[in-house]
Design a protein. Structure first.
Length: 48
């Protein structure tokens, strides 16, 4: 039974990390685009 507990903890940790990555991606998709577009090192601004 020890093995099952370790697998469950590992799976829970991976799901939590996946949730953190999903929240970060959602933040940059919804809130962050304006700040990314206005940065001085934006390749679109450098090209223009």
């Amino acid at each position: 039974m020890q093995f099952n507990r370790e697998i469950n903890r590992l799976m829970t940790g991976i799901l939590i990390l996946l949730g953190v990555v999903a929240m970060a991606a959602a933040y940059w998709a919804v809130v962050g685009p304006d700040t990314l577009l206005q940065r001085q090192d934006n390749p679109r601004l450098v090209q223009a």
